[in-house]
Design a protein around this ligand. Structure first.
Ligand code: GLU
Length: 376
């Protein structure tokens, strides 16, 4: 994995949501916006940058194609509609990009593709080859086959995980507002645009209004964008929220203009493997720790030993991802566990030296080794 997906220029991931791609009332495609976006992305490619486009719209475009006026409510119907819309969406992108002789590729992902280490590395290698070929991958969640437990849920999260996967320099989250505000600008005249966020935690101090649920067709909102920014900036990716209707802003922002909201990359990004443990995996169990163990992990970066475990929730096997919680139940870390829940119920609270006698065989000394553990 080590080598970054880069030959020259910067790696830029752009995510566009259904609310920017379609007209709210009719659900028809916003052709002018798409054309402008295609021009900007092709221009960036010409300048030597590597581009990934994460595009929503499969469900919205599918509904328009089938003349359905409401968003589908059942999973199966949604999956069927996405299958209609995704092909249509790609056809439109390919037509537009072809005019500018820019090759594109369709990449459909489910969370399961990123949660499995081998598949994650495969996906990384595929993106690397596509980018080396000068292709713009157009990514969406594979809505037609994704099951609930293994869904990204929204493309903001997907785009942040893709930005981390390709070790991007930039992630642009294009949306229907021009930036993040200190309150809801539609109802609060004192709401102020926020141009820079150095640390995501600062937003809590500003009491930023993140309750917005997004538009009728999209599934995101400001809350998912802030969560996506946290994932991406933790991987060292500079993240920007800006208006989708003006794709030219991407060029201006790259040239140094202050437009939209920019989230600075974390000064000490977590390494690629730990980032994968923290954000791509879906935890299947929980270990509640005593105060001493929680403290040793959170402040001293120690491994977790059996002695520090108070209780175990869920069913899991060795090497599966689990949440580590303090005695109050607050999640403090995530990691890959060395024992199944059945084994842990026999050894929890005990000294590591007693493990062979309790289990009848010698196991790992740690329950979660610090190399496989990420403090959140
Ligand atoms: N994958 C969904 C689609 O293409 C969109 C998810 C989202 O809006 O974030 O329709």
């Amino acid at each position: 994995m080590g080598n970054r997906v880069r030959n020259m220029g910067q790696t830029i991931v752009v995510k566009i949501g259904t609310s920017s791609l379609t007209h709210g009332e009719t659900g028809h495609l916003a052709l002018a916006t798409i054309a402008a976006l295609v021009e900007v992305l092709s221009q960036l490619r010409q300048q030597g940058h590597q581009i990934v486009l994460v595009s929503s719209g499969a469900v919205g475009v599918g509904c328009a194609r089938l003349k359905l006026s409401d968003r589908p409510r059942t999973m199966a119907l949604k999956q069927a509609i996405a299958a209609v819309g995704q092909g249509r969406l790609m056809r439109i992108y390919d037509d537009f990009f072809s005019v500018l002789q820019q090759p594109i590729a369709q990449v459909l992902l489910t969370r399961g593709d990123l949660a499995d280490r081998d598949r994650y590395i495969n996906a990384h290698n595929t993106f690397r080859e596509l980018l080396k070929l000068g292709v713009i991958p157009v990514v969406n969640e594979n809505d037609t086959v994704a099951v609930d437990e293994l869904k990204f849920g929204d493309n903001d999260t997907l785009s942040a995980l893709v930005a981390s996967l390709v070790q991007a320099d930039w992630l642009f989250l294009l949306t229907d507002v021009d930036s993040l505000y200190s309150a809801d600008p539609r109802t609060n005249p004192d709401a102020k645009p926020i141009s820079t966020v150095e640390q995501i935690e600062d937003l809590a101090k500003l009491q930023v209004q993140a309750g917005d649920r997004g538009s009728r067709w999209g599934t995101g909102g400001m809350a998912t964008k802030i969560a996506a920014a946290a994932i991406a900036t933790d991987a060292g990716v500079r993240t920007v929220i800006t208006k989708g209707q003006i794709p030219d802003n991407i060029l201006k922002i790259l040239a140094g203009d202050t437009i939209g909201t920019q989230f600075s990359p974390h000064p000490e990004p977590i390494n690629a493997r730990k980032h994968w443990i923290a954000y791509s995996l879906v935890p299947v169990g929980t270990l509640v720790l005593d105060a001493g163990a929680a403290q040793a992990i959170a402040s001293q970066g120690k491994s977790l030993l059996a002695a520090g475990i108070l209780s175990i929730e869920g069913e899991f096997q060795s090497q599966e991802p689990v949440r580590l919680c303090d005695p109050t139940g607050r999640e403090i870390a995530r990691g890959l566990v060395n024992y199944s829940n059945t084994e842990l119920s026999l050894i929890r609270g005990n000294h590591s030296d007693d493990i062979p006698a309790l289990l009848g065989y010698a196991g790992a000394e740690t329950v979660v080794h610090r190399d496989n553990l990420v403090v959140l």
